[in-house]
Design a protein around this ligand. Structure first.
Ligand SMILES: C[S@@+](CC[C@H](N)C(=O)[O-])C[C@H]1O[C@@H](n2cnc3c(N)ncnc32)[C@H](O)[C@@H]1O
Length: 210
């Protein structure tokens, strides 16, 4: 993971990701924060692969109470402009991050990060265990131009997994098209299916750590 985080650090140092603060990216962050406001899940938000914590600023005006951002890149986290109270930034890869057992989240956001992960479907199920009962997971992923790109493989796994109605309730599902950027994103808001009297681990023993 060290090489990977060095590479992300290098890109952040070079300003490769500054464009995420542009007006042409605002709609995507706006949708994610509107979803969390509407589902009343801004109490404790975990932003996985948070980068410079751009989403934090949108969530602030949607009633955010606590924010935890995790990211591989120390430089990105160092650039984040967040207040110290009720905000935690943790340098970690998403595959090994595990919160303290007493820390649960009302919402977990995977904003433009899941295609950097080999088994995103496993991670979705692993992170679902860190949610409060009514918690939600919000996902955004752009649509790569090349059908056969590696990113597309991960993207298909994420949408395939969250299509599984035994595991996931889809609260909203949409596509965002930017004519000015000539880019498309797909965004989905899901809630893990919880059966009365059963916890996530007993329903999904196949998920590591359950
Ligand atoms: C495209 S940027 C998106 C940043 C942020 N979510 C946003 O939309 O503003 C992807 C981010 O994911 C982080 N990242 C990539 N692979 C990761 C991993 N395995 N674990 C944690 N963070 C990762 C990168 O460091 C980078 O900050």
């Amino acid at each position: 993971m060290e090489n990977l985080s060095d590479e992300w650090d290098r890109q952040y140092k070079a300003g490769r990701w500054h464009f995420l603060n542009d007006i042409k990216e605002a709609a995507r962050y706006g949708i994610l924060s509107a979803w969390l406001e509407q589902t009343a899940t801004t109490r404790a938000v975990l932003d996985v692969g948070c980068g410079e914590a751009t989403l934090y600023h949108y969530l602030k005006s949607s009633g955010l109470k606590q924010y935890c951002g995790i990211d591989l890149s120390e430089i990105a986290l160092g650039n984040a402009c967040v207040t110290k109270d009720c905000t935690w930034l943790v340098q970690s890869d998403l595959e090994s991050f595990t919160p303290k057992p007493e820390d649960t989240f009302s919402a977990i956001v995977f904003n433009e990060v899941l295609y950097f992960c080999e088994e995103p479907e496993l991670q979705l199920n692993r992170y679902a265990k860190f949610l409060e009962d009514d918690g939600v997971i919000a996902i955004s992923m752009y649509t790569p131009a090349r059908e056969k790109s590696g990113a597309n493989r991960s993207i298909r796994k994420v949408w395939g997994e969250t299509n599984n109605t035994d595991r996931w309730q889809v609260l909203d599902d949409l596509e965002l098209k930017s004519y000015s950027k000539k880019a498309d994103w797909k965004l989905r808001l899901v809630r893990p299916v919880r059966k009365p009297g059963k916890n996530f681990a007993s329903l999904h023993p196949e998920v590591p750590g359950s």
